[in-house]
Design a protein around this ligand. Structure first.
Ligand SMILES: Cc1ncc(C[n+]2csc(CCOP(=O)(O)OP(=O)(O)O)c2C)c(N)n1
Length: 397
């Protein structure tokens, strides 16, 4: 005989299902957005981790980052550089996290953090030489353009393959721990990278061994054309920290003050041997993915408009004005200076020989070039001797 389900049993099951549905919400509540500055920058912040001078200096860095990105896109459109990928709208996340670390800490960039390289002392002209892949390019033209590295400032080379920099940052911090050095690594990646194998590998290992790494997810809403909600069913990125047994924090990534404070907290935990932190910096990619992308093809402008109103620069500018640190004239002067600095560095970079010497093809790959590489170099030389156009295919008719 078929038994019907008791109403009490049905209610029990329904309650269970309701509890399950409510669970992710509770998870999100455990990771509220940490914010110090009002969304429009008005009023006094809840706390201020930065002295006036530091604050003004970071504002200048943010203005510089924005100007750099705009200028580079223009140069790419003019055919003067081949490729660019910038951070328009994400300046508070990039500079706030860089500023929250100590100078000896290593930064493992994704590909939007050029401002952090400059903040760590990379000369701007050196960055432009990398964009041009010219004779003064420190990467010897071996990387894609716009993929700089700055060893003196502990800024590792840019990683284009998604997520690869995550285990690298963990490995570097683990090695430093073994050597007894006080180094905390910081690694940047987008929310798209949280779906990668390397994200799992890095966070899992770091969690088990309490590796001193600060994981910075720039959650900018998009992985090229894939929106955040198609990337993961998790309600927040920060809650992924729970699965790895590490600290997680969800931060307003357009609030410079909050980003600095959260990064300092994460760094302090790591340095004290309390393990890594996953910082989810919630921000927005206001422009295309790179100069090779046209977001109009997949992203309605109505989605972007609300975020333009939350521009981190406008927000910080208002705060600085209210705090009496910046007046209109001072802001205009700062902007003019930054533009001048960028133009002077471009001029300097463009003055270098357009091409690295041919032998750099095999330099820096191994400690000493292998015989096969030397043989290949000779073959190239012979080909050029036969037909010089081989050396410059762009000029072939
Ligand atoms: C392993 C790998 N797969 C695919 C790509 C192509 N790709 C380049 S950027 C990108 C999106 C990454 O999005 P996200 O991690 O959110 O970072 P964002 O660009 O938003 O900063 C993809 C899929 C790649 N570079 N590497």
């Amino acid at each position: 005989m078929r038994r019907t389900t008791e109403p009490r049993e049905l209610r029990r099951r329904e309650n269970g299902a309701a509890k399950e549905a409510a669970a992710p919400k509770a998870e999100a509540e455990r990771y509220p957005l940490f914010r110090l500055l009002a969304e429009d920058g008005a009023g006094a912040p809840a706390e201020s981790p930065l002295a006036d001078g530091e604050l003004l200096s970071l504002y200048r860095w943010m203005v510089l980052s924005r100007q750099l990105d705009e200028r580079m896109v223009a140069m790419q459109r003019q055919g003067r550089i081949g490729f660019y990928i910038g951070a328009i709208g994400e300046e508070a996340t990039v500079l706030g996290t860089a500023a929250g670390m100590q100078p000896g800490d290593w930064i493992f960039p994704c590909y939007r953090e050029h401002a952090a390289a400059l903040y760590r002392g990379m000369p701007m002209a050196a960055l432009f030489c990398d964009m041009l892949g010219n004779a003064a390019d420190l990467m010897l033209g071996h990387q894609m353009p716009c993929h700089e590295a700055w060893r003196p400032g502990h800024y590792a080379s840019i990683s284009s393959p998604i997520g690869t920099q995550i285990p690298q940052a963990v490995g570097a911090a683990w090695a430093a721990r073994i050597k007894g050095e006080e180094m905390v690594s910081l690694v940047y990646f987008g929310e798209g990278a949280t779906s990668s194998n390397d994200f799992h590998t890095g966070l899992n290992f770091a969690g088990v061994h309490k590796v001193p790494t600060v994981f910075v997810c720039r959650n900018n809403g998009w992985a090229i054309s894939v929106p955040r909600e198609r990337q993961t069913a998790s309600e927040t990125i920060a809650q992924k920290a729970v699965a790895y047994g590490i600290a997680g924090e969800r931060v307003d990534g357009n609030d410079l003050l909050a980003v600095v404070a959260a990064t300092r907290r994460a760094r302090a935990r790591a340095a004290a041997g309390e393990g890594p932190t996953l910082l989810e910096c919630v921000t927005y990619r206001l422009e295309g993915h790179s100069t090779s992308d046209d977001p109009k093809a997949y992203r309605p402008v109505e989605l972007v408009e609300p975020w333009r109103k939350k521009d981190p620069l406008t927000r910080l500018r208002r705060h600085l004005t209210e705090r009496g640190l910046l007046a209109e004239a001072g802001d205009q002067k700062l902007l003019a200076e930054v533009k001048e600095e960028i133009l002077a560095a471009i001029k300097q970079a463009e003055a270098a020989d357009p091409k690295p010497p041919l032998e750099t093809l095999i330099q820096g790959v191994y400690a000493e070039p292998m015989w096969q590489q030397r043989e290949q170099l000779e073959e190239v030389r012979a080909a050029i001797a036969l037909d010089p156009r081989v050396a410059n295919p762009r000029h072939q008719s």
